[in-house]
Design a protein around this ligand. Structure first.
Ligand SMILES: [Zn+2]
Ligand SMILES: [Zn+2]
Length: 149
């Protein structure tokens, strides 16, 4: 369940919960947070989620944690686009710079490298931003790291 274009965290979470036919307390239990915290998210009082909440939400909604992270920052990733990363500035497990997710962005605003959304060697999309290497061909996503090894 991907966020729609321009959807905010509160609207997104509530829409997904209703689609899953869960009550606030049932959903909160699944995420492993208390009902009050979920209520705050749905009413837009909480925009910053901790790692545990992000993970819980990502699991229930079947999206990546990065997707949850980006909607918290107000940059939604829709199903059609994969997140773009800078192969020089990004390191695995770190969150993305909002500017890389801009649809118009093709180059890193920090170093000018071309942004990538797939493996540079075999062109398979990046399945998770926690991966250091491409699962298909073993090519490292981060070029900087390749040099330090
Ligand atoms: Zn860069
Ligand atoms: Zn590859």
């Amino acid at each position: 369940m991907y966020p729609k274009d321009g959807e905010t965290l509160d609207v997104y979470v509530k829409r997904c919960r209703l689609a899953l036919k869960l009550t606030q307390s049932a959903m909160a239990r699944k995420i492993n947070i208390n009902t009050q915290s979920l209520g705050k998210i749905e009413s837009g009082k909480t925009q910053k989620l901790n790692h545990k909440t992000r993970l819980g939400l990502a699991e229930i909604l079947n999206v990546s944690e990065t997707c949850i992270d980006s909607i918290c920052r107000g940059v939604a990733i829709t199903s059609e686009e994969s997140p773009k990363i800078c192969p020089k500035c990004w390191s695995p497990g770190h969150s993305l710079e909002a500017m890389w997710l801009d649809k118009r962005a093709n180059y890193c605003f920090l170093c000018g490298s071309a942004l990538i959304d797939r493996c540079m060697q075999c062109e398979q999309p990046i399945p998770s931003l926690k991966f250091r290497f491409c699962g298909y061909c073993g090519h490292p996503y981060n070029q900087q790291q390749e040099k330090t090894y």
